[in-house]
Design a binder for this molecule. Sequence first.
Ligand code: HEC
Length: 143
Amino acid sequence: MNKWSFPLVLLIAPALVMAGGAPTNSGSVPAEVTEGRQIYEQYCAACHGWQGEGAADWNKPDEKGEMPPPPHDETGHTWRHSDAMLFRMIAEGWRHPFNKTDRLTMPAFEDILTDQEIQSVINYLKTLWTEDQRRYQQNESQE
Ligand code: HEC
């Protein structure tokens, strides 16, 4: 072993661990966001995508006249809704008023998740947005 390789490993290994961790945020991730990510993967990812990328062609109605699951990342419009609105959409479910069917295409989670779990998943969604979007959404939530 040459005398330089040991300190180099010490420097590089932690950097690799961090790069493999959370996909968006650098630095430390609060426990609540980690919990939110787990809830997201278990209950939301199947429809909204593993990275919150949404369904393909999410912005036009499908063959039934229903809107497909939209993205939650910066390409979607989740960040335009206040905390209270997001909470309601997740707890009570949601369908676009223009959908041709009556069913809730976004299922209600109030019997499945606790209020606190819904809040954690909302906090996780916030990590998928840009700094500007987070600021906009924070303002919306204060009204
Ligand atoms: C069975 C598929 C499905 C699952 C599971 C699901 N969603 Fe949805 N979600 C949808 C669909 C479809 C829409 C769009 C409804 C519409 O616009 O008609 C939607 C819309 C939303 C919206 C509104 C977005 C916007 O910008 O208008 C939010 C927020 C949301 N979902 C969050 C969640 C969260 C959080 C979970 C997990 C706890 C979840 N969804 C699980 C299908 C799903």
